[in-house]
Design a protein around this ligand. Structure first.
Ligand SMILES: NC(=O)c1ccc[n+]([C@@H]2O[C@H](COP(=O)([O-])OP(=O)(O)OC[C@H]3O[C@@H](n4cnc5c(N)ncnc54)[C@H](O)[C@@H]3O)[C@@H](O)[C@H]2O)c1
Length: 443
């Protein structure tokens, strides 16, 4: 099949590359010309394990092409995926300007039956808006072209995106058109060799499924963070509690790790957008409000602990930070807890040396330039270099090389052996026995 994917970010590039890998001819489009120029030279705009080789192989054999606008190969496509960003607007609602711009582009280009797929995370009712925009453009062109708008939300996880796309738990497809249903079944068939995992439903149901899924996961995290904070005040070991409740199959172990709050490009914005949808329907989302406010507060827990230990004024204090990305496996720093922490530390006068295995370039792009210019923040290339002469070590992203480090070396190179563990990666007892001062989340 010939496909066009519009928006070549985390979702669009993975979607395009994986469909090409299954034998489809795919054109990936992005208005960011530097991304497209880079991709044509083999430079990926994002870090995602396993993606580079899939992109390179399919680009080489001609199944994957890159364009900065809806170019000629795209015109032959029978399926257009919309995979552009839907960032939060001022009022928390998903900003649909990019989706609508793409819908307009599509309406100006299509000449034969087309399935238009909303893969971006979009509020309930967006497919109708996309349909109206395309139809208006077709009318301007006096074209009578039939098309369907399908909702196909994406559930991939950054850091495991290729694996998730190739072996999805489920593929949700919202459509009431039999023709579109068949096209989508054909497209996803190769990913379902062992058993069928496509869930067909109404368009609005599919749109809501994505928000409900992310909100549920965010709820588990915020719930556990709340329990952790309570445990700390009551002399309870939250790690034992986590294991105790995770063993209940109705609860499960995933997404119940206490930590310094969730970040990333999805959970924060999707919870906000769902809250907005509820408000627009005169419904007070009490649980979602609480999930969000716990998370906002949770991102400040570490800095509060640091201030409690060192005082509010952190001038002349040096910290070594392990991790910058919002989670391991990605270079994405959108809404990362590290950013809130850095503002707290540097705002209170501290200097920071930070190490992240892949997010260094993202940090240079996204963090205030004056931090680097004024020597407030230095990015280092070795995890131990971040800790030299430091008053405290802070772990904020649980990358694997941080799990079992050389504590003897750490103790030797730090000014004072104090650890703030924002993801509860270490055993407090053994660290305290080894002469460290240890503070985790909820402990
Ligand atoms: N990142 C994730 O883990 C993830 C997972 C599931 C769903 N989603 C959803 O998928 C959507 C995309 O997310 P992302 O993380 O890939 O975003 P991203 O910011 O990485 O990529 C979006 C891309 O769209 C491009 N773009 C914007 N307007 C365009 C236009 N008019 N024409 C062509 N390209 C245009 C941008 O230049 C950018 O490269 C969002 O709605 C997001 O919520 C993301």
């Amino acid at each position: 099949m010939k496909l066009t994917i519009i928006g070549t970010g985390y979702v669009g590039l993975v979607t395009g590359a994986c469909f090409a890998e299954m034998g489809n001819t795919v054109t990936c489009v992005d208005i960011d010309r530097s991304k497209i120029d880079g991709l044509k030279k083999g430079v990926l705009p994002i870090y995602e394990p396993g993606l580079e080789s899939v992109v390179a192989n399919n680009y080489k054999n001609g199944r994957l092409q890159f364009c900065s606008s809806l170019c000629d190969p795209a015109a032959e496509s029978s399926v257009y995926f919309i995979a552009v960003g839907t960032p939060p607007g001022e009022d928390g609602s998903a900003d649909l300007q990019y989706v609508q711009a793409v819908a307009k582009d599509i309406g100006q280009h299509i000449n034969h039956y087309t399935v238009v797929v909303d893969k971006s995370t979009v509020p309930v009712g967006t497919a109708d808006k996309v349909r109206a925009v395309i139809q208006a453009e077709l009318e301007k062109r006096a074209k009578n072209v039939s098309f369907d708008v399908v909702s196909n939300p994406e559930f991939l996880k950054e850091g495991a995106a290729v694996e998730d796309f190739m072996r999805p738990d489920r593929v949700v497809i919202g459509t009431d058109s039999e023709k579109a249903r068949q096209v989508m079944r054909d497209l996803y068939g190769p990913f379902m060799r062992t058993h069928e995992r496509i869930l067909f439903m109404g368009v609005r149901d599919a749109e809501m499924t994505k928000y409900a899924g992310n909100a549920m996961l965010a709820t588990k995290i915020s719930f556990m963070n709340e329990i952790a904070n309570l445990c700390e005040r009551m002399g309870v070991d939250v790690e034992n509690v986590r294991q105790g409740i995770g063993s209940d199959s109705r609860i499960g172990y995933s997404f119940i790790y206490p930590g310094a709050g969730y970040g990333g490009s999805c959970f924060p914005k999707d919870v906000k957008a769902l809250v907005r949808m509820a408000k627009d329907h005169n419904f007070e989302p009490k649980v979602l409000n609480a999930v969000e406010s716990r998370n906002e507060a949770q991102k400040h827990v570490l800095i509060e602990k640091i201030r409690k230990r060192f005082g509010a004024d952190l001038k002349n204090k040096k910290f070594g930070l392990w991790g910058l990305a919002f989670k391991p496996g990605t270079d994405d720093m959108r809404e990362a807890s590290s950013v809130v922490l850095l503002h707290g530390l540097i705002g209170a006068g501290a200097t920071v040396k930070a190490y992240d295995p892949v997010a260094t370039e993202a940090a240079k792009r996204e963090l205030p330039r004056e931090w680097f210019a004024d020597g407030k923040l230095t990015l280092v290339e070795n995890q131990y270099d971040a800790l030299k002469d430091a008053d405290g070590m802070i772990l904020i992203t649980e990358w694997k090389p941080f799990r079992h480090p050389d504590f003897a070396q750490i103790k030797k190179i730090m000014k004072s052996p104090i650890i703030f563990d924002g993801r509860n990666q270490y055993d407090p007892k053994s660290l305290r026995e080894a002469g460290f001062e240890y503070t985790g989340i909820g402990r």
